[in-house]
Design a protein around this ligand. Structure first.
Ligand code: PMP
Ligand code: GLU
Length: 434
């Protein structure tokens, strides 16, 4: 495309003075179609963003499948079940009824009420509609929450391994993620003294996710109570990503920090329909937080995106208010898959793998292979291991570094049992050098 013809001579070139960036040069993206080398400015925070490695892994697997390769994807955390029929029917009804217009930017009252009722059932905490903001998926909720919370230089403590998106978003909004590692040997429970020691006068929040992506670990009541005490003692906010709370194994109970005395006003819950109802593409999530914070989030959203899709909101009303049997059926299926995949991975020489308490991820430790060469490929880190498995076993995984945890790879077992059986046996053969 000839930008010169479209945008005549006054086309604005990057100027450090005009942009306010007087020190480092901007990232430039060359226009390769143009004879002249033009460059389009990309802001430093956005230029610093990496694409989501989970989404990239899935994209790469799909591209290889399109080339005719029988790649088994364990990359993306997306339930393989169809969205339940009653939810599809509710969406169809909403379309028939022409519910196709803008809604209130923060979502329809019916969905807010459904979220409040479902939350009360699940964690026993009462919320009002004015404490709910409906957004375009839990990822968008997190983006809103981090942006609303963060001034430049503010620190947010993130327990690692963490979901890929937290530190990226925190940095995008000028914040500083402070990672505190948790370990399989401790059942992925945080060392509370280390968390308390990490608090500075710039700390504004602690971000937790239980059940956890990528480990599947669940915080114990003791950990949650300990974190809540730190939050209270230092007047912080606790961001609790509860997107996997319906997917728990071995009859584990769920304790939300918001249900602890005095914690509702200090907690922002992040949740959504994607995982529990197999509705990843519908893009509905929500925050639950004190009214003034929710109003700020809603103002931000009203300027940035307006309401999430009206049809998806009506479908989500049915998801939360309608029959819940499919949630339990899917949960049971995930538990069956966990009971197969974890022992099967543990049986592979050189692999150690903790038993997840929830969600649908296996997070095996593959570090014993580092320093070895398999089929001519040197394995020095988890990224090499992931690349090796893709190339030699046609199995797509996500390397642990994406989650702030070198030495591990993540496999989503939200796929069929047949795929799990075949995938694990391919991994076993590839790691044996076969
Ligand atoms: N939080 C965690 C821990 C996740 O794994 C995901 C991925 N789905 C999200 C939030 C975002 O969910 P959504 O699809 O609703 O944006
Ligand atoms: N949360 C899922 C995962 O971790 C979906 C991918 C994404 O939203 O980045 O695989």
């Amino acid at each position: 495309m000839n930008y010169r013809r479209q945008c005549p001579s006054e086309m604005r070139r990057y100027s450090p003075e005009l942009s306010g960036h007087s020190k480092a040069p901007p990232q430039r993206v060359a226009d390769t179609d143009s004879k002249e080398v033009l460059s389009m400015k990309v802001s430093r925070p956005v230029a610093g963003l990496a694409p989501s490695p989970t989404m990239e892994g899935a994209k790469k697997a799909k591209a290889m499948q399109a080339e005719g390769k029988d790649v088994l994807s364990f990359a993306v955390g997306e339930p393989d079940f169809p969205t339940p029929d009653n939810i599809i029917a509710a969406a169809a009804r909403a379309m028939d009824e022409q519910k196709t217009k803008y809604t209130d930017a923060s979502g329809i009252a019916e969905l807010k009420s459904a979220v409040c009722a479902a939350t009360q059932r699940a964690i026993g905490v009462e919320y009002k509609n004015s404490e709910v903001c409906i957004s375009n998926g839990a990822k968008h909720v997190l983006s809103n929450v981090f942006e609303t919370l963060t001034d430049p230089g503010d620190q947010i403590i993130v327990l690692a391994p963490y979901w890929v998106t937290y530190p990226e978003l925190i940095r995008l909004y000028g914040g500083v993620p402070i990672e505190i590692m948790t370990y399989a040997a401790d059942d992925f429970q945080p060392d509370l003294d280390r968390v308390a020691d990490a608090v500075t006068d710039r700390t504004v929040a602690i971000c937790i996710n239980s059940p956890n992506n990528p480990t599947g670990g669940m915080l114990t009541n003791e950990s949650i109570e300990g974190l809540a005490s730190i939050v209270t003692a230092h007047d912080l906010t606790l961001i609790s990503d509860e997107i996997y709370k319906e997917i728990r194994f071995d009859g584990r109970e769920y304790l939300s920090p918001a249900s602890l005395p005095g914690m509702k006003d200090r907690t922002v819950i992040v949740d959504g329909v994607a995982k529990a109802y197999s509705m990843t593409g519908w893009r509905i999530g929500w925050s639950l937080a004190p009214e003034h914070f929710t109003k700020a989030v809603a103002n931000l959203q009203s300027q940035q995106t307006s309401n999430p899709c009206s049809i998806s909101q009506w479908a989500s009303v049915e998801a939360l208010n309608g029959p819940q049997d499919s949630v339990e059926q899917m949960r049971q299926e995930f538990e069956k898959r966990r009971d197969y995949i974890i022992p099967a991975l543990q049986a592979i020489d050189g692999i150690e793998c903790a038993m997840p308490g929830g969600a649908f991820y296996a997070f095996p430790d593959v570090s014993s292979f580092f320093g070895r060469t398999l089929k001519g490929m040197a394995i020095t880190n988890s990224e090499d291991m992931s690349a090796y498995l893709l190339e030699h076993a046609w199995v797509s995984t996500v390397h642990g570094m994406a989650f702030g945890c070198e030495g591990f790879i993540r496999l989503s077992f939200a796929c069929s049992m047949a795929q799990i059986e075949e995938g694990v046996s391919r991994i076993a053969r590839a790691l044996a050098g076969e």
